[in-house]
Design a protein. Structure first.
Length: 550
């Protein structure tokens, strides 16, 4: 039996075989979960007993007829021992415990990846290096090479590292590698105490460093006159900048004497805010004029400091309840109007009194232009065609008026009332009978000029659609075409009321549709006898609208 034990122990001294090889410390290194052990056969042994310990506990107890064993083991520190068993089932002495270190998978580079181009936005910027965590590993070693020479090497905890040494070497091609570093823990076999190991690295990753400048952000909103926010908070927006990792934003309320941000007194600058998005919600509770600026930041370190900052862009805005109206806006509209038409004539000179029914066609060209957010002018010219007693009659109108916009609430899409006051030129064709029996008439073209006033009440439901009501009243004060004097109740009948819907197909083009009721008339004394012309109609219309400055 002693010879058997001695022989086995002698054979075990030659045990050095494993799937992944042996370490310089008589420890087997494995880079996968599957481990294989193999030993030389012992004379007279018919089976072997294997025991593997991890953290002081036996995790494998195996009897095998072969001189080898395979199994799965995770990353960590192990100790194993063997003994032989003869044909009488007598076990020999245990061999000396041997240490086994199984290394984790090699870390996988995340950034920069192989053949990746890295853009830095400052010559002193630090290079961020990242890799995937190896399970159970806290320490790693990172090496960076330039032209085959190591320019950087550091042991680090975690999976991210900022390298400032790149700034000394500048743009160009580099390679880097990362290895797991494992130190023996207190519960590892005593023979491993104080030792450490590095995993075999994956293939070196090559990357190229180039330098660029950060662009100036293009500010989108707010700009110009804007409505005060209901809750005192406003979203500031700008276009994204290539390479920006964050943005720095500040807002300043300007005094009445400040022309721009540069003229603001010292100490008046507001708090600086930082965001990773291309918008931020900030509090701006008071009406007045503001200046705000934004710049892009890049190459941000773990301590949140930025190595690179782009140029600042500056914009101004004013919180104004009338900001829903833009200065310089306006439109031109071409409208077609159709209507059933009543034409009435009263002539005490000839004894003619009658109403003639017809249909009318009107072509209208109109437009508005606002020189300030509230004040503007409007103009319109109409040509109307209708038929009375087999005669084709045309009349023309022209209106010029001042307009004023009054918001009824502070909402972007709210109610607006727009009073107008101006003057209008109108034509009132008058039929004079030559022979009532033969229905023969002559046509006299009366023209009148007088003031017009009214208002539009409009509700904007969204950026595209609105509905409105219209009211206007006209009073002729100057009559020409006859020698008569204005008189009679027909002069007070010149009013119209209607509704219109408006839909914008784009920022420039829109469509309008609606209807309105018009009652118009003129009365005068001729030879001290009353003469009247009345024209009533209900118009249906459609419009093609072109907007400018919207």
């Amino acid at each position: 039996m002693r010879f058997f034990e001695a022989s086995f122990l002698s054979q075990l001294r030659f045990l050095r075989t494993a799937v992944l090889g042996a370490s310089a410390f008589s420890s087997l290194l494995g880079f996968a979960k599957e481990v294989s052990l193999e030993w030389k056969p012992v004379p007279k042994a018919i089976r072997y007993e294997l025991e593997i310990e991890h953290k002081g506990k036996a995790i494998v107890k195996k009897t095998t007829d072969e001189n080898k064993w395979s199994g799965d083991l995770g990353f960590g520190f192990y100790a194993y021992k063997l003994r032989a068993i003869d044909k009488l089932k007598r076990p020999g002495a245990w061999s000396e415990s041997k240490a086994l270190v199984l290394m984790p998978d090699s870390p996988e580079p995340r950034f920069p990846k192989n053949r990746e181009q890295v853009v830095l936005y400052d010559e002193k910027a630090r290079l961020k290096i990242e890799w995937r965590e190896s399970q159970g590993v806290q320490k790693y070693e990172v090496d960076v090479f330039r032209d085959g020479k190591r320019i950087f090497s550091r042991a680090v905890e975690g999976t991210r590292l900022d390298i400032s040494e790149i700034a000394r070497h500048g743009a160009g091609k580099y390679t880097w590698r990362v290895q797991s570093v494992v130190e023996a823990d207190p519960r590892a076999p005593a023979s491993l105490s104080g030792k450490k190991w590095k995993s075999e690295p994956k293939a070196d990753s090559e990357f190229e460093v180039v330098y660029k400048d950060l662009a100036k952000p293009e500010q989108v909103y707010p700009r110009g006159n804007v409505l005060p926010p209901k809750d005192g908070k406003m979203i500031f927006k700008w276009k994204s900048v290539e390479g920006a990792e964050a943005y720095e934003v500040s807002v300043v309320r300007m005094s009445a004497s400040s022309r721009d941000l540069a003229s603001m007194p010292a100490g008046s600058h507001a708090k600086v805010f930082t965001t990773k998005e291309n918008e931020i919600l900030l509090k701006v509770p008071k009406e007045g004029k503001y200046s705000w600026q934004v710049r892009a930041l890049a190459n941000i370190a773990p301590d949140k400091t930025a190595d690179a900052a782009g140029p600042k862009s500056i914009a101004e805005f004013k919180l104004d309840p009338s900001a829903q109206f833009a200065e310089g806006t306006g439109y031109v509209a071409l409208s077609i109007m159709l209507a059933p038409y009543d034409y009435k004539v009263l002539s005490q000179n000839t004894g003619l009194e009658g109403t003639f029914k017809s249909s009318s066609f009107t072509l209208r060209l109109s437009g508005e232009k606002y020189f300030t957010p509230r004040w503007g002018i409007s103009a319109a010219v109409n040509r109307t065609e209708f038929n009375v007693v087999s005669r084709q009659i045309s009349r023309h109108d022209f209106e010029l008026a001042a307009r004023y916009r009054i918001p009824l609430d502070k909402a972007k899409h709210g109610w607006v009332v727009m009073p107008k006051f101006g003057f209008e030129y109108r034509e009132y064709p008058e039929l004079r009978p030559l022979s009532l029996q033969r229905q023969e008439f002559s046509l006299i073209n009366l023209t009148a000029i007088g003031p017009v006033f009214g208002f539009d009440l409009r509700k904007q439901f969204n950026d595209e659609f609105s509905l409105g009501l219209k009211f206007a009243y006209y009073r002729p004060v100057i009559l020409s075409g006859v020698d008569g004097t204005l008189s009679g109740g027909a002069n007070g009948r010149n009013l119209s009321i209607g509704a219109q819907g408006l839909y914008w197909l784009s920022a420039k083009w829109g469509l309008g549709a609606g209807g309105f009721l018009e009652d118009r008339g003129v009365g005068y004394l001729l030879n001290n006898l009353q003469q009247e012309v009345q024209m009533n109609a209900f118009y249906f219309f459609g419009s093609l609208i072109y907007s400018f400055g919207r």
